[in-house]
Design a protein around this ligand. Structure first.
Ligand code: NCD
Ligand code: ZN
Length: 337
């Protein structure tokens, strides 16, 4: 039986939610990852030092004894330098959402304009705080990310010292932009390396594969897969695992988000293996992120074995029930207990 040991895997974009959902999902990530970047789109969003600190405490409580570092983020608003200085040591990055573009982003930014956001972004440069961006316009759903590219370009040009992470990129256009600006980086999810819009809506509608940004065309998926498996130094794994209760996914008006936390590593190993790229997996799931963010998470070894794993139909506790990607399907690799 083949085995592979991963050193300090990281998930650079995840939704842990709060309360009972947090208690259900956080341990699943903490079991297989050494650290993760925690998204701030709670209700209300995480916008104060107190909110960051207390959310981190709730996360640490939810994961118990597991060795795991939650890298906290602040929901972007216009902040002044004094405030950012006070919160700098508690966060890894600030996450910018265009207003209303995705789950719980109503209080996001309505006009992403370098002049308008200058005070905040200048302060972030000075304090060396990276900016993570959900890059979509409110245009036609398949073109939203492509239409956002000029916004990334002006941010990258106007703030050349700002580290900008294009979160969960889904298009060839975003991949091409990476090499054009030194200060642009990207995270890529699991599902966008594998599926296209065909898998979501080409046959029977698959609500559990519906997320923002929506999966795109074959040429987009192939461009994402190429940079991931070559270990391109500017891309890193960020699952965007986004749990919603089953009744909110299997509904008329399906919530956006794919829940991949408990299967991400197993599927990534299989995907890199099938592409003869296992040697580059550690760049994608840890080393690139170490360098991009200059972080030093707790060391952790995770061993996977080439042994079948049947994905549970759902993960639940007393109040929550969430369906993972590949529910009831058999994966080729499992986590060694
Ligand atoms: C995320 C969520 O549910 O919080 N949903 C999603 O489809 N990815 C928000 C986000 O990252 O866009
Ligand atoms: Zn997300």
């Amino acid at each position: 039986m083949r085995k592979i040991t991963l050193q300090t895997p990281l998930d650079m974009h995840i939704h842990f939610r709060d309360n009972e959902m947090l208690n259900l999902v956080a341990p699943l990530t903490a079991k297989t990852f050494s650290g993760a970047v925690i998204m701030p789109n709670l209700v209300p969003p995480v916008t104060t030092k107190e909110a960051v600190v207390s959310y981190k405490q709730r996360i640490l409580k939810a994961i118990g004894d597991e060795k795991f570092e939650p890298f906290m983020t602040l929901f972007f608003q216009k902040y002044n330098k004094e405030f950012l200085e006070s919160v700098k040591d508690d966060i890894l990055a600030v996450k910018l959402y265009p207003a209303g573009i995705t789950t719980n982003s109503e209080s996001g930014v309505s006009s992403i304009d370098s002049v308008e956001l200058k005070e905040t972004l200048d302060a972030m440069v000075e304090l060396n705080i990276p900016l993570c961006v959900h890059g979509e316009t409110n245009g036609f759903v398949m073109d939203r990310e492509k239409e956002f590219m000029p916004v990334y370009e002006s941010l990258a040009r106007d703030f050349p010292k700002l580290t900008i992470i294009m979160e969960h990129i889904t298009t060839k256009d975003a991949v091409e932009l990476l090499d054009k600006y030194d200060n642009l980086y990207a995270s890529i999810t699991l599902q966008h390396l594998i599926i296209t819009l065909d898998d979501v809506a080409g046959g029977m509608l698959k609500p559990h594969l519906f997320c923002k940004p929506i999966a795109k065309r074959y040429e987009d998926r192939d461009a994402l897969l190429k940079v991931a498996i070559e270990g391109h130094p500017k891309v890193m794994f960020g699952s965007d695992s986004a749990p919603h209760p089953k009744h909110k996914k299997e509904a008329c008006g399906c919530a956006a988000g794919v829940f991949t936390a408990p299967i991400a590593l197993q599927v990534l190993v299989d995907l890199f293996d099938k592409n003869n790229a296992l040697d580059n997996l550690s760049a994608f799931i840890s080393e690139n992120a170490f360098k991009i963010y200059d972080i030093n998470p707790p060391k952790k070894e995770i061993t996977l074995v080439e042994k079948e794993f049947t994905v549970p139909s759902s993960y639940s506790n007393e109040t929550e029930n969430v369906v993972p990607m590949y529910s009831d399907e058999v994966l080729a690799w499992s986590i060694q207990e």
